[in-house]
Design a protein around this ligand. Structure first.
Ligand SMILES: [Zn+2]
Length: 132
């Protein structure tokens, strides 16, 4: 499987608000980020759709642009999909979600440097109190 196939499967689903992750067809191990061969040297992955609900593993507020022209501030986070707890996804985090909070996929931001997952607080949760 080449890079563009991985990108296409993953990002097409994400743009529709769905989370599809590659899994080894032999042992069913999640394989993220997928390399060209899986843990059992399988030639192909199976793509499995899972709920988008995830937990914030860690987060950081970015105050300085990584590249010229990048809009700041923004929050980067690693989130753990509830159905694939060995996976860490790099995302932009909206709102005030803290480490350990439950978040959902909100969409995909198309940036000059490529697509970025956007996660935010689950809509069925009340918003967190702010400290202002
Ligand atoms: Zn396997």
């Amino acid at each position: 499987m080449n890079r563009s196939e991985i990108d296409e499967e993953f990002w097409n689903a994400a743009r529709e608000g769905r989370l599809r992750l590659p899994r080894c067809p032999c042992c069913h191990a999640w394989w993220w980020y997928p390399l060209d061969t899986g843990p059992c040297h399988a030639a192909a992955y199976e793509w499995v759709e899972i709920p988008t609900t995830s937990l914030v593993f860690t987060r950081t507020d970015v105050q300085r642009a990584f590249v010229p022209g990048q809009a700041v501030p923004f929050t980067l986070a690693l989130v753990i999909p509830g159905a694939a707890p060995v996976v860490r996804l790099v995302v932009r985090l909206g709102g005030e979600a803290a480490i350990g909070d439950s978040v959902d996929l909100k969409g995909v931001a198309e940036t000059e440097n490529g697509p970025v997952l956007v996660f935010g607080a689950r809509s069925d949760q009340s918003s967190r109190p702010t400290s202002t």
